[in-house]
Write a protein of this length. Sequence first.
Length: 208
Amino acid sequence: MQFIHTLQDWWQHQNLLEVIGVITGLLCVYLAAKNNIWNWPFAIISVVIYIFIFFEARLFADMGLQFYFLAMNIYGWHYWSKKPVTEKKVPVARIIKKEIILSAIAIVVFTFILGSLLKYTTASYPYLDSFCTACSLVAQVFLARKVLENWLIWIFVDIIYVGIYIFKDLHLTAVMYAIYVGIALMGYVDWRKDWKLEARNKNQETRN
């Protein structure tokens, strides 16, 4: 009984805006993992909400990241809708060596520049927040372009975010990102299966 009262008290102190952001955020990631194009409208709703949430939490790098996500979600929606005539969905791609090198350089440079700027503000964890932001920038590009390895980046950065949001008392958001880890793992497994199936079909077409 005490547990139920504690849970009710905790729920009453939750921010309604954060609850909506969590629900739409979970829906968009789940649908993306399932290779469903309808993940993008839910993603757009979620990032708009989190612009306000992160501003209040003084996570300015994360707030700025939402504006980027908004643009990339619109781009991803457009890109996923441009499937080949012979395909039901846009095919899953694999990361190449050049993309790995460029991504690593971009993450290091972005983290240093943004972290150096944010440390002179009231921002929380300027370099760690900037590093997560940089990783998220790269992962979102790969998600929009349907590159399989985007899920591995998300798993890594979401684990870090769980700790950050716990320390910032954004408990619902921390729970959401913990669930993101599981969904990202599911997304990687499902997309890898799709990629293998697509590769097998292409090989059969080539032989024929």
